[in-house]
Design a protein around this ligand. Structure first.
Ligand SMILES: C[S@@+](CC[C@H](N)C(=O)[O-])C[C@H]1O[C@@H](n2cnc3c(N)ncnc32)[C@H](O)[C@@H]1O
Length: 217
């Protein structure tokens, strides 16, 4: 196991379903972050493939002009997920209570996860599931910034630097046999007085993992 028990703790350890029971029709990231993410998807995803958006919401970051065979959504609030314009279907499941995805082996070309990885208390189990449902050569794109619902993020994330968090997500992927980090994308805003006065810009981090073609041992 990568994480120690205390590193998995949240300040608010009530059922996550309670916190997400009220829909939040807001965007969690700034425009620059979202444009960077959509461009990354444009560059790395293939049209007419099968996509799973894990820990999603009412907004899609997929490029509007790209058509996919299926976009499956997942999250904790069905009202939010029902409003996502790209989802063909979705399911609701608390991954901290049950990390087992109700999806067949090798059934998706890409798994996306945005601004959410910090809430996973058992990331080893979830990343193993992501690898299981990916087709050989399929990719996962895990993106995040420095924002979070602080009381719902796990201790190791709350207390780590941004570099520590990047290394953590890389370790989540590399810890799964048959899953490897292929690339990491970092876009940090340049410090400027104007950005500082306007509250700064969201830094962008994405880790791209690929399921290897060799069968898992
Ligand atoms: C900050 S939102 C990000 C939503 C979306 N990915 C986006 O980019 O707008 C965090 C999401 O994580 C999901 N989430 C948080 N805790 C979860 C848990 N224990 N199990 C499953 N999903 C969870 C919620 O559904 C929520 O929508």
């Amino acid at each position: 196991m990568l994480l120690k028990p205390q590193e998995r703790l949240k300040l608010d350890d009530t059922d996550d379903a309670l916190f997400y029971s009220v829909p939040r029709f807001v965007t969690h990231l700034d425009d620059r972050f979202l444009e960077t993410l959509t461009q990354l998807y444009r560059d790395r995803l293939q049209p007419h493939t099968r996509i799973l958006d894990l820990m999603g919401s009412w907004v899609s970051h997929l490029p509007e002009e790209m058509a996919f065979d299926t976009v499956e959504g997942h999250g904790l609030n069905s009202e939010e997920l029902a409003r996502n314009p790209r989802y063909d279907r979705f399911f609701v499941q608390n991954l901290n209570q049950n990390p087992k995805l109700p999806l067949p082996d090798r059934s998706f070309d890409a798994v996306l996860n945005t601004a959410s990885v910090q809430y996973l208390q058992y990331p080893e189990a979830v990343f193993s599931e992501i690898c299981r449902i990916l087709k050989p050569n399929g990719i996962a794109i895990v993106s995040f910034s420095n924002r979070m619902f602080f009381h719902k993020a796990i201790q190791v994330w709350r207390d780590g630097s941004e570099d520590n968090r990047l290394a953590l997500v890389q370790a989540y992927i590399n810890s799964v046999p048959g899953f490897e980090v292929e690339d990491s994308v970092i876009v940090r805003p340049k410090p400027s007085a104007l950005a500082w006065l306007s509250g700064g810009q969201d830094p962008f981090y994405a880790v791209i993992g690929r399921r290897t073609v060799q069968p898992q041992t």
